[in-house]
Design a protein around this ligand. Sequence first.
Ligand code: ITT
Length: 202
Amino acid sequence: MTRQRLILATRNAGKITELHAILADAGLDLDLVGADAYPEIPDVKETGVSFAENALLKAHALAQATGLPAVADDSGLCVDVLGGAPGIFSARWAGTHGDDKANLDLLLAQLGDIADEHRAAHFACAAALALPDGTERVVEGRMEGTLRHEPTGTNGFGYDPILQPAGHDVTCAELTPAEKNAISHRGKAFRSLAPVVRELLG
Ligand code: ITT
């Protein structure tokens, strides 16, 4: 039997790798295809002002353009002392969308004088499912932690080398992919979304 195709409405390679593992572990037997398989579809403008709004925008855009169900992730790093920033601006904090190193370096410089006890932060993720008929669902997940002063570790992507998850003495970039997915904002959000995907896609 042909497996149901589900579009992963993201062009972020780090996210795509994690989503394949998270959705497979959640027992979803689907033909998962990244947005890169549809290069002719333009990037959606992330005009929302919350993770949930932007995740829904991305999922609906791909579902409408392909006629297939789509899931999207909108995520970011929220720093307490910065009032929740970079937040929805995490991917373009230093100006250029997706320049992980520049984003991380700028954030570390901004927090240079901030002591350990004031370096609380969390990763947040909204996971959205959209169907071509307009049906939508969105759920959220978080991973709490503190920010290091220097990047450490080479796994993961984005701000992983500076976020030390609560209860751990290593950064996200020092965790194995499976260890990160087990506790991450993205893991939590997509594990919550998995039964909804199963229910709506059969
Ligand atoms: P798409 O819109 O194509 O999905 P994007 O990278 O632009 O890709 P977002 O707008 O959701 O995605 O921005 C997410 C940014 O937040 C990402 O570029 C990282 O800087 C950061 N981020 C999110 N999840 C992360 C994680 O698990 N580890 C490290 N950084 C993360």
